[in-house]
Design a protein around this ligand. Structure first.
Ligand SMILES: *Cc1c(COP(=O)(O)O)cnc(C)c1O
Ligand SMILES: [Zn+2]
Length: 456
């Protein structure tokens, strides 16, 4: 065996393979399902003696991970790789391609805590990563693997953030990157990043799901490494915010973590992270992980309501929250397992609920992408349904930065984002959060008048 620390297990038929046996589209040859990275050295059971020897010691790890933050080495400063004992997937630290991702802030949300009644409410702001979204945490791991394997081209189909992250990390590694984006349906900030970092960027006349279908064939026909979240190494990086959240809460995990759901890799990865920490004795329990989708792109929500997560019908996705405009999520089975194992729920939010929640988060001085705001919209519903109690602690995962899609924000504040029918019944709440610009002649009197009006 070339790599003794990890192996890949099919989430459908449970067959185990080595890294070298992975196909270009990352699907199982036998059943077509996705693989998951696992570390045989960690498992207890018949191999008890061996696992005693190779299993990391929780106290030593907590100390080591904190110490690394003071190091000057990039792989120690990275909020992904400083937890590398949890993701031993590269053979040499020299293969690591990093932009010092992770180590993102956990902010108390004071206003939202008051309005929802959930006193211990926090935002884990993954938009504070180098390219402005959580995708960096998974890109550093999967692209490091690609680099170690000797690929010169990497590729993804993207609603925007994956391409921004991939293009940046590929450029750092001296690799070429190929991006397929749905024509006319991605936020400008994200497209700009892809061009800035030098990706070959193709706008394809289809939606995200169509882009992914085309690319799946391309990677079978050319030596191009696929970096969509079907790539199991992405999830290894994307699980590290779980370690950060635990560390930031003094190793007492929150009662609930709420995550936006698009392709459903992020929720799966966070769940994997929390479950693995508990298995290794780093924490004593796991948070309930709940996923929130946009009403217009809600295949998981429908699947849970109609079949309890047994089957999933793809939908034609349509929402302004472009990062979660996905109708046929690749990782849905992994997400269902995480939701069921941790005891969480799936909710959905309307366009108006998303827009209002985004404005409320922005008004706390934090700001996020529309897709991230589904978490607060979903929290309100889960509290109303009695599924989240006010004395419980809750972490909302904010997945992207507010500057990714400033057009959305400006349209909202101009009152031009939502149609009348969409905002029906929420007009007053929306109006209270709107802050449009005011045009006036250049005179102090005019400014003073506005100041007085706004102070009333
Ligand atoms: C990618 C992305 C999501 C969705 O994550 P999945 O893993 O596809 O479910 C949500 N928000 C933002 C900002 C994203 O970039
Ligand atoms: Zn299989």
């Amino acid at each position: 065996m070339v790599n003794e620390t990890h192996q890949l297990r099919c989430t459908g038929c449970a067959r185990v393979i080595e890294q070298q046996a992975l196909r270009g589209n990352f699907r199982c040859e036998a059943c077509g399902d996705l693989y998951e990275v696992e570390y045989p050295g960690w498992s207890a059971g018949r191999n008890e003696e061996r696992s005693q020897a190779t299993r990391p010691n929780p106290n030593a790890l907590r100390w080591l991970w904190r110490e690394r933050r003071a190091s000057t080495a990039m792989e120690d400063q990275s909020g992904v790789w400083r937890f590398r004992e949890m993701l031993p997937i590269v053979k040499s630290d020299a293969s690591i391609v990093s932009l010092r991702e992770g180590n993102t802030p956990l902010y108390p949300l004071r206003r939202a805590a008051r309005s929802t009644g959930v006193e211990r409410l926090f935002a884990k702001h993954q938009g504070m990563n180098p390219t402005g979204s959580f995708k960096d945490t998974g890109m550093t791991t999967a692209l490091s693997v690609a680099s170690e394997m000797g690929f010169s081209w990497v590729a993804c189909a993207s609603t925007g953030n994956t391409s921004a992250a991939m293009a940046a990390y590929a450029a750092r590694a001296g690799m070429r990157s190929l991006v397929l984006i749905p024509e006319g349906k991605i936020a400008w900030g994200k497209l700009a990043q892809s061009l800035d970092y030098g990706a070959l960027t193709l706008q394809v006349k289809t939606d995200f799901d169509g882009c992914f279908r085309v690319l799946s064939e391309v990677v079978e026909r050319a030596p191009v490494y696929l970096l969509n979240s079907v790539n199991p190494y992405r999830l290894e990086g994307q699980k590290t915010p779980a370690m950060e959240i635990a560390e930031q809460m003094e190793w007492e995990v929150p009662d609930h973590v709420i995550v936006p759901g698009g392709n459903l890799a992020n929720s799966s990865a966070l769940g994997k992270g929390f479950l693995e920490m508990k298995r290794l004795g780093l924490t004593t329990r796991v948070p309930k992980i709940s996923v929130v989708q946009a009403e217009g792109a809600n295949p998981l929500y429908c699947s849970m309501v109609k079949t309890g997560g047994k089957t999933l019908e793809p939908v034609a996705a349509n929402t302004r929250a472009s990062a979660i405009r996905i109708g046929n999520p690749a990782s849905w089975k992994k997400a269902v397992r995480v939701i069921q194992e941790t005891g969480g729920w799936v909710e959905q939010a309307s366009e108006a609920e998303i827009a209002l929640a985004k404005a409320e988060i922005g008004a706390e001085g934090i700001g996020c992408e529309p897709a991230s705001a589904v978490t607060l919209a979903g929290l309100k519903k889960l509290v109303r349904q009695g599924r989240i109690a006010r004395e419980e602690s809750v972490v909302l995962v904010l997945t992207g930065h507010t500057l990714k899609d400033s057009e959305y924000t400006i349209q909202y504040h101009r009152g031009k984002l939502l149609g009348e029918d969409e905002a029906a019944g929420m007009e007053a709440e929306i109006e209270a959060t709107r802050r449009n610009t005011i045009e006036l002649e250049a005179a102090a009197d005019n400014v003073l008048r506005e100041l007085e009006r706004a102070s009333r």
